[in-house]
Design a protein around this ligand. Sequence first.
Ligand SMILES: [Fe+2]
Length: 118
Amino acid sequence: MKKLTELVQSGDWKNEKHVPALHVEQKDGELSIVAQVGEEIEHPNTLEHHIAWIKVFFQPEGFKFPIEVGSYEFSAHGEEEVFSKPYVKAQIKTDKKGVVYAMSYCNIHGLWENSQEI
Ligand SMILES: [Fe+2]
């Protein structure tokens, strides 16, 4: 039996539509994080096939574990033509360096991750 971590997929977000694209900027003691699935290649967004959630983590340099800094659920999947887009923006107060992680979940294709060092 595989561990859950072995089932998390990754890749280049410009070529694989499930990988959350990450844009991270740090200035004035704050960390701005944008995570989006389907930035380059759009992911389906229907009741049958959609991104259900994105979670964002930050692991400060020298800290043992990643800290969950945001958890976002996308609840509308076409009701009355209303669709939640798998796009999030997190604003974190820290001047520490480290690694930002994003994880997304497609209801058909499972778990996907990306990371960026700052
Ligand atoms: Fe999918």
